[in-house]
Ligand binder design. Structure first.
Ligand SMILES: [Mg+2]
Length: 390
């Protein structure tokens, strides 16, 4: 089996004006994704997806990665990953046994492009084997606990919003630390207290600061909200301050989670070297695809760090995240977005199996197990410009 074609298709999912809300990230006017498609000489087509700016990702795929991927056998998925990561030094890297990455490929949008290609290769490989991706990776389970991820409501409205997620059946919910009413420690405490009231004592509550606080503010907030039994405090400080995140972790009893903006197992190693995480949250469409997320699972499990894949994006991203969760022994929970996301819920012919107890079940179909609706490329046609208005 040989790969004969590699394509990258930019896509957008505009948010209608009456659904646009201002958060700490700005006003989201659309969601972007790049669809990756791999075709083999024996008639299989695999799909993947990348985060990053779609036209840029597409150019990286067309002008860089296609030369390493086209002509290869998808069964050699580790080889293809190493070729993409090491670029012109792939041969010496494989001969010596240590990585010699091409500088621009280690992180950033090139790694996001590599991630998408890797997902598509796993899709095609598992289809050829006639089994679901998670079984090709090595299955550890066929369903996982999901948590409802949202929580932007201002003030006491957080009670109803988070309570609503619990009423849907989720026994774990996550809210943003910065609400639509902005941020101050008293505002955050009020919202978190309201959320705990809304969900009762038995539902797990997580909080996410999007890396927006400085170390001392994050520590003060953590101390104020410890009494509300928080299961994790996500991205308390900047992604570039692993040391600061380690300081936050050492100052609070609340477990610390992060990883959605990190790349490859090397970033997670650094987080662990700084004793900065309890829960690792790699994104399969950014951190290195299914090949690298499996390595991240291995290195984090060696230090008792659990895995909770970040899964916020298109349906292809959620599908790949489901398979990653089913093949990672240290994965304990998976993110289920409560945001406005037609590109997640209306892209495929098949429905995601999210049950009334909040559990997420893997498809039993070969490959990723999902097919694009006929109108997908037309409906989610790429729209130029940034995702957020400020
Ligand atoms: Mg987050």
């Amino acid at each position: 089996m040989k790969i004969i074609k590699l394509e990258a298709i930019p896509m957008s999912d505009p948010v209608p004006s009456d659904r646009q809300h201002r958060t700490d990230l700005g006003t989201k006017v659309k969601s972007d994704a790049t669809l990756i498609r791999v075709t083999t000489d024996n008639g299989f087509t695999g799909i993947g997806t990348s985060l990053g700016s779609p036209p840029v990702v597409a150019a990286i795929v067309d002008h860089e990665l296609s030369y390493e991927v086209v002509g290869e056998d998808p069964m050699f998925s580790e080889l293809i990953y190493e070729k993409m990561y090491n670029g012109s030094r792939a041969q010496p890297a494989l001969e010596t046994g240590w990585g010699q990455p091409e500088p621009s490929r280690r992180r950033g949008m090139v790694m996001e492009a590599i991630s998408g290609v890797d997902i598509a290769i796993w899709d095609v490989k598992a289809q050829a084997l006639g089994i679901p991706v998670y079984q090709a990776l090595g299955a550890v389970r066929s369903s996982v606990r999901g948590y409802a991820s949202g929580g932007w409501a201002p003030g006491d409205e957080a009670e109803e919003e988070l309570g609503g997620y619990a009423a849907k059946g989720f026994d774990a919910v996550k809210m943003r630390v910065v609400g639509r009413d902005g941020f101050s420690i008293p505002k955050a405490v009020r919202r978190i207290r309201a959320a705990r009231r809304g969900i009762g004592p038995d539902v797990e509550l997580m909080i996410d600061a999007h890396g927006s606080l400085d170390t001392s503010t994050a520590i003060r907030l953590a101390k104020e909200v410890e009494e509300f039994d928080i299961s994790w405090f996500e991205e308390p400080v900047s992604v570039d301050d692993h040391r600061g995140q380690g300081l936050v972790r050492s100052a609070t009893k609340i477990p610390i989670a992060s990883g959605e903006r990190e790349f490859t197992r090397h970033d997670f190693n650094d987080l662990m070297d700084h004793e900065a995480i309890d829960i690792a949250q790699p994104d399969v469409a950014r951190a290195g695809g299914l090949t690298e997320i499996r390595r991240i699972s291995a290195v984090t499990s060696a230090r008792q760090v659990r895995l909770a894949p970040h899964a916020w994006g298109s349906a292809v991203l959620f599908a790949a995240s489901i398979h990653a969760a089913m093949a990672s022994p240290n994965c304990h929970i998976l993110e289920v977005s409560q945001g406005y996301m037609p590109m997640m819920w209306e892209l495929f012919n098949e429905r995601f199996d999210v049950r009334s107890d909040g559990s997420v079940h893997a498809p039993d179909r070969p490959g990723l197990g999902f097919t694009l609706r006929d109108d997908t490329l037309e409906r989610f046609k790429y729209v130029a410009g940034p995702e957020y208005d400020f």
